[in-house]
Design a protein around this ligand. Structure first.
Ligand code: AAL
Length: 423
């Protein structure tokens, strides 16, 4: 009897140690389950599928872009009301803020450079000659009634006296509305960009009205990381939202050295607009992107991740505002997108999304000798309250001229000709 009990116990233990067979979607083998159905099921079918087929049901909001609330195309419109000195490179407007709606008008803040020459690089810059497109810049603002025609109002944040943070340039700002006051966070440069790198911390000013006057805090509000940490040199693109009754500021940092800079996004959280801001222990939170914009979406937050990194040209989503997943893949995304986010500061748990905003075109003439940037409007359908089928089209039409413009370089042509000769 004892031997029988022992055998049963042994068998039970052995069986329980077997690796759990991946539970197949159905008892049938792939061969037995027949071909995939002609009409793509809206819900995940109960059958074994390839990794790619699994993915469109598990990773994205919908198996097809046209019914994915976090997929959109982007449409662009030239703005009226801004003068660029004939695009000679002496005036630049770039890195717009989120748009604020106040007393029947839209408000927009941005980096404004107006210098005797276009940027001349870190070696040739002086106290009047800029090193880069955002060197020696101030923060200006404009208002609009329709988001297409803008009236420039003038300076909001001037460069302070040396050695106050931002004395060289105050740039790349974004707006927070908190308990009836307004806060502009911005990069505060204390050396010309490009001397070592694009190095700066973040500073802040506040006002009782979006029209100012703005009182500078005159201290660093989000400091650089410690030596050797990912964000030791640059805290770029401060982007405030309100979540969980706190101020969430997402930001970019440039990791590593040129020519292989890696740009990633982090998060700093505070209970008070003037800090102290605590950086999230899981930083960096987004592995790609550049001036990354975000917006509350349902209970989480969505991000437009474009330009740089392994996951560029994606729209991402984090249910917990920290751990981002790819929600869709798109193209021709707005540079330095700065949307109108009606629920950016409402501490919402039901974010409705976005339909338009501002962005910029850098190096507008595609000529480094007259480098300057120009603001532009984008429209999209990343909103739970809009259904615009044109924005959900998979394909963006490019003319052959656009493809030819991305032609082979001289070096690439020479390589190909050499290969032909050596055949
Ligand atoms: C922008 C932003 C920051 C950088 C520079 C000006 O695209 O990432 O603001 O410092 O470029």
């Amino acid at each position: 009897m004892k031997i029988l009990t022992l055998i049963i116990l042994l068998a039970a233990v052995l069986f329980s140690c077997q690796p759990q067979q991946k539970e197949t979607a159905s008892a049938e083998t792939p061969q037995e389950q027949g071909g995939f159905p002609f009409v793509l099921p809206k819900e995940k079918p109960n059958r074994e599928m390839s990794a790619a087929m699994e993915r469109i049901y598990t990773d994205y909001e919908a198996p097809q872009p046209h019914n994915n609330e976090l997929f959109s195309q982007f449409k662009y419109t030239e703005l009226k009301g801004f003068d660029y000195n004939g695009h000679d490179g002496t005036i630049s407007r770039r890195d717009p803020s989120k748009i604020l709606y106040h007393n029947g008008k839209y408000y927009l803040w941005y980096t404004y450079r107006n210098t005797p020459t276009p940027p001349q690089g870190a070696e040739k810059c002086t106290d009047e000659i800029p090193s880069s497109d955002w060197d020696l810049a101030e923060i200006w603002y404009a208002t609009s009634e329709d988001g297409f025609t803008w009236e420039e109002q003038g300076v909001a944040i001037k460069r302070p006296e040396k050695p106050i943070v931002g004395w060289r340039a105050v740039t790349t700002t974004d707006i927070l509305e908190w308990e009836g006051k307004y806060y502009l966070y911005y990069q505060g440069f204390m050396e010309a960009s490009g001397k070592r790198g694009d190095d700066c911390p973040v500073a802040v000013s506040w006002a009782d009205s979006p029209d100012g006057p703005w009182t500078p805090y005159n201290k660093i509000v989000i400091p650089n990381g410690a030596e050797g940490e990912w964000d030791q040199y640059s805290i770029h693109d401060p982007y405030p939202l309100v979540h969980d009754g706190k101020i969430y500021i997402y930001y970019k940092s440039d990791i590593g050295e040129k020519p292989h800079l890696v740009r990633m996004q982090g998060l700093a959280i505070a209970d008070n607009p003037l800090g102290p801001f605590k950086k999230h222990p899981l930083n960096p939170l987004i592995t790609s992107g550049h001036e990354t914009c975000l917006f509350p979406f349902r209970g989480g937050v969505a991000a437009l991740v474009y330009k740089d990194g392994p996951e560029h040209n994606t729209i991402q989503y984090a249910d917990d505002w920290v751990n981002f997943e790819i929600a869709s893949i798109t193209e021709l995304m707005p540079y330095a997108a700065a949307p109108y986010v009606p629920d950016a500061f409402t501490n919402t748990k039901d974010g409705r999304g976005i339909t338009w905003g501002m962005a910029h075109f850098i190096n507008y003439n595609n000529n480094w000798n007259t480098f300057h940037s120009v603001l532009v409007r984008f429209d999209c359908d990343l909103s739970l309250d809009l259904h615009d089928p044109e924005m959900k089209e998979h394909r963006v039409q490019h003319t052959p001229a656009e493809f030819y413009r991305q032609g082979l370089s001289k070096k690439q042509l020479e390589r190909i000709q050499k290969e032909n000769i050596n055949k």
